[in-house]
Design a binder for this molecule. Structure first.
Ligand SMILES: [Zn+2]
Length: 374
């Protein structure tokens, strides 16, 4: 019996709505996971996360193994108890962070320098599993090798094949029965390699599947093609998680392709920089046009921020670097992203996902008042 299972509720084209059952409860899918890198989503607390409707959080193995250490978190009763969050948690394996540090990689594992004190740290497929067993999330991820794109074909293929061998070692090392382990599909933007990686990872028999190595420099159409190639070779009864994806268009396209779970720092990071996501086009609250604007970020949003505060006040907080400004913008951007994914789920159940996606994209481009500029 798996610790985590997924049941399909409705399909619309390739898209699907379902339920992910975990030891800490049920999650409606498609689902967006706010990123709590260091067992905290920056600027907000677990009460804020519950209030915006987050049903599952992501935490980061790489950071937590270094500070405060997996052993300590284990002693404190695991991540759920440590951070007082009793709903589901997924931890990434640390692969993405480690490989952005240009580590020494061998067949055995990776060795890198800690960002905290420069000390040498090793991570192997087995130790990544053991660390996540101490952290105690509902879902652990295998250690994979993520290659930044564009990259040479032979490099991508080598990383993909090694990830597969590491996946097998991870499965053998994993013993915790109240925790699921997901494999990770790699393969860059090569559809054939993605298909091979997905089929071989599926063959190993994981509880679910991450699709990694995307949103790392490829174009949206390359990403969608790679994603579709992977999904075509994954078992339909298991959840599919696109790692590191969280922009509006990317989420909608991936949901339409048949993906179920997502995470990204984008909504929270943009919030801390004064950018508010909106159905009518994103707002840069640093822009002087909002100085005396009495409207909320989005009149249709019922988050704490939009219920109580004007753009003018939020702009003032951001300009003054007030901590409450970071919190309020983070709350709104998470509410926006979670609402978007929930609305896509409703559209799948109603059989109207295609119309929903074109309405969202049209509204955002047609009324975009303040895109992009700093
Ligand atoms: Zn709002």
């Amino acid at each position: 019996v798996s610790a985590v299972s997924w049941d399909q509720e409705a399909v619309d084209g390739a898209a699907r709505a379902g339920w992910l059952d975990t030891p800490h409860g049920r999650v409606a899918t498609p689902a967006f996971m706010p990123v709590g890198t260091r067992a905290a989503v920056k600027a907000v607390d677990v009460g804020d996360l519950a209030s915006v409707g987050a049903e599952i959080l992501l935490a980061n193995t790489y950071h937590l193994m270094l500070r405060p250490g997996a052993e300590l978190i284990g002693q404190m009763g695991g991540l759920h108890r440590f951070m007082s969050w009793d709903r589901p948690i997924l931890t990434d394996s640390g692969g993405f962070q480690v490989f952005s540090l240009d580590p020494a990689i061998s067949e055995e594992g990776a060795e890198f320098r800690s960002v905290y004190d420069g000390s040498r740290v090793g991570l192997t497929p087995e130790s990544a599993v053991h660390i996540q067993e101490s952290l105690g999330p509902d879902i652990a991820m295998v250690l994979d090798i993520c290659v930044g794109l564009p990259a040479a074909d032979d490099l991508v293929e080598m990383a993909t094949m090694r990830t597969l061998r590491w996946a097998e070692r991870s499965l053998q090392a994993h013993t915790r029965e109240d925790q699921a382990l997901f494999g990770i599909v790699q393969g860059g933007v090569d559809a054939a390699l993605r298909a091979r990686s997905a089929a071989a990872t599926a063959e190993l028999g994981f509880d679910g599947f991450g699709i990694g190595g995307l949103s790392v420099g490829e174009t949206p159409s390359q990403r969608d093609e790679a994603l579709a190639a992977a999904i075509a070779h994954l078992p339909p009864v298991k959840p599919r998680y696109v790692m590191g994806l969280g922009d509006t268009d990317g989420l909608l396209d991936a949901i339409a392709t048949g993906a179920d779970m997502f995470d990204c720092v984008l909504p929270t990071r943009l919030g801390r920089h004064g950018k508010a996501l909106s159905r009518l086009g994103d707002l840069n609250l640093k822009n002087a046009r909002f100085t005396a604007d009495e409207a909320p970020i989005d009149t249709a949003c019922d988050c704490l921020t939009c219920t109580n505060h004007s753009r003018a006040y939020l702009r003032h907080l951001i300009q003054m670097k007030e901590l409450s400004g970071h919190r309020l913008l983070t709350i709104h951007n998470l509410a926006y992203t979670l609402d978007l994914v929930a609305a896509a789920r409703d559209a799948i159940r109603a059989g109207s996902l295609r119309e929903f996606i074109s309405t969202v994209k049209e509204a955002r481009s047609g009324f975009a008042v303040d895109r992009g500029e700093a």
